[in-house]
Design a protein around this ligand. Sequence first.
Ligand code: C5P
Length: 405
Amino acid sequence: MNLTHKKILLIISGGIAAYKSLDLIRQIKKAGGDVQCVLTKAGAEFVTPLSVSALSENKCYMDLWDLTDESEMGHIRLSREADLVVVAPATANIIAKITHGMADDLATTTLLATNKPVMIAPAMNPCMWGNQATQDNIKTLRKRGFTILDPQIGEMACGETGQGRMVEPDDIMNAINDFFFKDKPLAGKHVLVTSGPTFEPIDPVRFIGNRSSGKQGHAIACALRDQGANVTLVSGPTALPDPNGLKTIHVETAVEMMNACQGNYDIAVCAAAVADYGVKHHDQKQKKSNGALDIELTENPDILQTISTSKNRPSIVIGFAAETENLVQHAKEKLLKKSCDAIVANQVGNKDNPVFGSDTTSIYWITKTVNEVHENLSKSTMAAILTDKIIEMMSDKAQEKDKVA
Ligand code: C5P
């Protein structure tokens, strides 16, 4: 199992099964995942914050009113930065509090504030599990979309036998794996996405850049991640936060972007607006002088073309074309010149309908045989459409390969 770039928030409440959560932390770390932990006061009666932080290699969060924690990472951030929240063990008490929206400590406040999927591994005495109150709460949580990992039947720590034992860490790991990858068409695929502009420095103060915001490239990276792909996002300077659940590499120049794009990928989507020319850099700030200023430009590598003609070419390579005129014709020329599988083309330079920085866009999807237009959609909807097209292309290529074999 590979949980690289996946962020899990583990909430440990007060039950004897808390000792199993230490093994769960170990397994998440072994799989390459990042795990932040919240330990309730009752949970700390069973395992120590020191064990939790040593195994997770992160701070163990406990107290809602700890001002240092709030400034370092408030409960809102704690809940938002995760891709998945796991409550293990979940006592009858915490289950009741989640169901009724109570928030009287860090764990329950975080659970009320989260907008991320929540997985619950109950652990309690069989009578508490069987109690109508608990069963009603569980039913409500299932209806709300929580994943419940039903407790197992067996002998309990209290000596009674029945249903109430928390599932094993291996079972929770399988459920986590299913959550991230099961039935996802791009599971196991390594994907490269470039996004944003490049800045080409003239001197330590000035640069040549462009108007790309990175919104479309970042949205594509997220849409590919949501279909199970292991995404590396190489981003030029943007004002956007790094998306959850993927690796972001920050670069400034085209040459840095080219270097960051090295590696073996199944799919590459080059959405970045890369400067065609860099500047012969001056170490000192250039002074104003009478007359024109000479700036010597040097040709940058074409990242898209380099990737699509390389020996380890990804099986799908998608390029972008932003044009002010003859959009489709230029895009078709680029498709051939840069040897890619499709070009996403958009018209720029129209003041009434700006593409740069906008949350909406219109594009042409151009391949050797297809020329389709998609108009006035949000960049995230467009990203989902493009991801579907990439998935279709992957399955067409796989079928072609099967026929040849
Ligand atoms: O030639 P043009 O810059 O219009 O091509 C746009 C496409 O080529 C985009 O996909 C862009 O990311 C890519 N490109 C690149 N490296 C460059 C220039 C463009 O990858 N130096």
